[in-house]
Design a protein around this ligand. Structure first.
Ligand SMILES: Cc1cc2nc3c(=O)[nH]c(=O)nc-3n(C[C@H](O)[C@H](O)[C@H](O)COP(=O)(O)OP(=O)(O)OC[C@H]3O[C@@H](n4cnc5c(N)ncnc54)[C@H](O)[C@@H]3O)c2cc1C
Ligand code: FES
Length: 295
């Protein structure tokens, strides 16, 4: 059975600051009770307040930044859980479980360029990914800035969270909005097509994407049609976050590396999956033969 990562733990933390961000978001700065070692981008924590203002079940959030001993989370207010976090005052105690999940693969400096596609609050796992790629991880050489292109899209300019900071990360960052209020008028995939058509990017790229389900479905379809290496970071609904409740199933591709079982658990086998391993479209027919991978 896939298990939670060995470095995951339950912690208390104190809110240092909550900075409003965009039309409906906030950046929550939290100092955990112990200092944590560097964490791979696109891993996540389950968060809730300890004063009973949060729902009983904690909610999952990607690590937005990790600096000066603090974890930062970019929070889009959706319902009770996110509102309770966005309304925290400095000094508020939080319960944190993490770091959970796998995170983005280690990016290498050789080969086709990397294209990052962030949609709305799906931008959360990218700033750290860019920093980690530019400095190198796991003994890999740093990825040169010109090998990373980050396309950040949202419905409107007010939902391009923290765009100014992101634009200063040292890689090419292009914005896209559905209503044309900021940057390219259209979505990130239309922007990518435009860059391809104009010869601004080679046709062969490697893709990391995080965003709303319809966007990720379209990214998966594009990656398959164009035979691109592609990883998706999923924001599936979660219950426990540690592999117990079966609340986060993701259909696997029968011929893929997780195909021995019809579903993967997003919390412990993800949230990052290669499009070789899963499908967000119609589940394909499974003929389970061997034991679950990882058994
Ligand atoms: C691995 C992971 C990382 C995440 N990282 C972030 C992050 O960095 N920042 C952030 O703001 N959010 C992130 N999310 C999504 C976040 O967990 C949800 O928005 C949150 O759980 C909603 O809780 P709530 O109590 O505010 O809303 P609820 O009351 O639970 O739901 C309110 C409404 O939002 C819908 N909703 C809830 N969760 C989601 C979701 N995941 N996708 C689409 N609709 C949803 C519900 O169906 C409902 O209509 C992440 C999710 C996962 C699984
Ligand atoms: S959220 Fe409980 S098994 Fe994944």
């Amino acid at each position: 059975m896939p298990a939670p990562p060995p470095d995951a733990r339950q912690l208390r933390g104190e809110v240092v600051r909550v900075d409003p961000c965009g039309d409906d978001g906030a950046i929550l700065v939290v100092r955990p009770e112990v200092e944590l070692p560097p964490i791979r981008a696109s891993r996540f924590f389950m968060l809730k307040r300890t004063d009973r203002q949060s729902p009983l079940i904690p909610r999952p959030f990607s690590i937005y930044r990790h600096r000066d001993g603090c974890l930062e989370f970019l929070i889009k207010v959706m319902g009770q859980g996110t509102r309770a976090l966005a309304e925290c005052r400095p000094g508020q105690e939080l319960s944190l479980v993490g770091p959970l999940g796998n995170g983005w693969p280690t990016l290498d400096a050789d080969g086709p360029p990397w294209v990052f596609l962030g949609g709305g609050v799906g931008a959360a796992p990218f700033p750290m990914a860019i920093e980690q790629a530019l400095t190198g991880m796991d003994g890999r050489a740093p990825v040169p800035p010109e090998s990373i292109c980050y396309l950040f899209g949202a419905a409107t300019g007010g939902l391009l969270y923290d765009l100014e900071t992101v634009s200063d990360l040292g890689v090419r960052v292009l914005a896209a909005t559905d209503d044309g209020s900021l940057g390219f008028h259209g979505n990130v995939l239309q922007l990518l097509e435009k860059l391809w058509d104009e010869g601004e990017l080679p046709r062969e790229v490697r893709v990391l994407a995080c965003g709303p389900d319809p966007m990720l479905e379209a990214v998966e379809r594009m990656a398959r049609e164009k035979d691109l290496a592609c990883w998706l970071s999923l924001e599936t609904l979660m219950g426990c976050g540690v592999g117990i409740c079966n609340g986060c199933p993701v259909p696997t591709r029968p011929e893929g590396p997780l195909g021995a079982w019809p579903n993967a658990k997003c919390c412990v086998e993800g949230p990052v999956f290669s499009t070789d391993a899963i499908t967000l479209h119609e589940p394909e027919t499974h003929v389970p033969s061997k034991g679950r991978s990882g058994n």
